[in-house]
Design a protein around this ligand. Structure first.
Ligand code: OGA
Ligand code: MN
Length: 295
């Protein structure tokens, strides 16, 4: 059967039907899905009851897996609940119990409630993220997506000209700092050293421009800090207006793929101290830096 994709938002988001992600895809199917992600920026699949191994095999169709590693998180290797090549986006510890309210892993993970693009704090930021909803809460915990091409297109010409060559600094220190989470060890702080990203990036396949924003962005190279922060806030507010946003309400076994090069996302609150939300993410490595890195 051929893969079919239906756009479900005026600007972006395709719902994909007629494909079973548990089995190897034909070249045609993989190419159709990849084209859909480039075009719609977010692809939604329902009813995909897959294992970790099947998720990894499916992810391999789109590039090289980005490993979570210590530069992206504060969870220690021996505290991991799931395999090392997947990001654990759940609220669970190794005993499958929700983190206690004051657990520092929970506090760190609350950063996902802020709009972001995955791994924008890495010199080479992520390409796609694939998130599988294994257990979803009865209420809340939606994931929201913002179309950063539509946000860019809607800017006035003067703003577009002004931002064309701006470069921002991104770090987990900035996003966590916004939430007042600053209790990091010296080793953690050192591993979260800021990286540089262009503010306007051009999609390598479609040629469309988008705003490359993220809550990890906390400075603009050459700008006074307060002016940079105030401007980044303005742009964030612009880019996350309701008309550019799609709300995904999870059903168990949904799998959602987003292109971090042209979207932002955030998770919404739910009763995470009591309810279980078991989400597992595979991430596809980006192919290039967006800006030269400082020495
Ligand atoms: C992620 C993320 C949002 C969510 O997996 O990168 O930000 O809904 N998750 O859990
Ligand atoms: Mn994320």
């Amino acid at each position: 059967m051929t893969v079919s994709i239906r756009q479900i938002h005026p600007f972006f988001v395709g719902e994909v039907a007629d494909v079973d992600l548990r089995r190897p895809l034909s070249e045609g199917e993989a190419a159709a899905i990849d084209a859909g992600i480039n075009k719609y920026a977010v692809a939604i699949f329902h009813g995909q009851d897959i294992t970790d191994e099947q998720q990894l095999a499916f992810s391999g169709n789109f590039g090289t897996i980005e490993l979570p590693g210590s530069a992206t998180n504060i969870t220690k290797a021996d505290e991991r609940r799931i395999r090392a090549d997947m990001a654990d986006v759940s609220n669970l510890d190794r005993d499958q119990r929700p983190f206690a309210r004051a657990d520092r892993r929970r506090m760190f993970n609350l950063g996902n409630r802020l709009w972001h693009s995955d791994s924008s704090f890495r010199a080479v930021p992520a390409k796609y993220s694939l998130l599988s909803g294994r257990i979803v809460p009865a209420e809340g915990g939606n994931t929201e997506f913002a179309d950063m091409r539509a946000a860019y297109d809607a800017l006035d010409a003067a703003t577009k000209a002004e931002i064309e060559d701006l470069v921002c600094e991104h770090s987990l220190l900035y996003s966590r700092g916004l939430l007042g989470f600053t209790e990091l060890t010296e080793a953690e702080k050192a591993s979260f050293k800021p990286v540089r990203q262009r503010l306007v990036r051009t999609h390598p396949v479609t040629g469309r421009k988008s705003l490359f924003l993220s809550s990890h962005a906390g400075a603009i190279v050459g700008w006074p800090m307060p002016e940079a922060r105030a401007f980044l806030r303005d742009l964030m507010e612009h880019a996350t207006q309701r008309e550019f946003v799609h709300v995904h309400v999870w059903r168990q076994h949904d799998l959602v793929i987003w292109d971090n090069r042209q979207t932002m996302h955030r998770v919404r609150r739910f009763d995470d101290v009591r309810e279980i939300r078991d989400m597992r993410r595979t991430t596809i490595k980006g192919e290039a830096m967006t800006a030269e890195q400082a020495a």
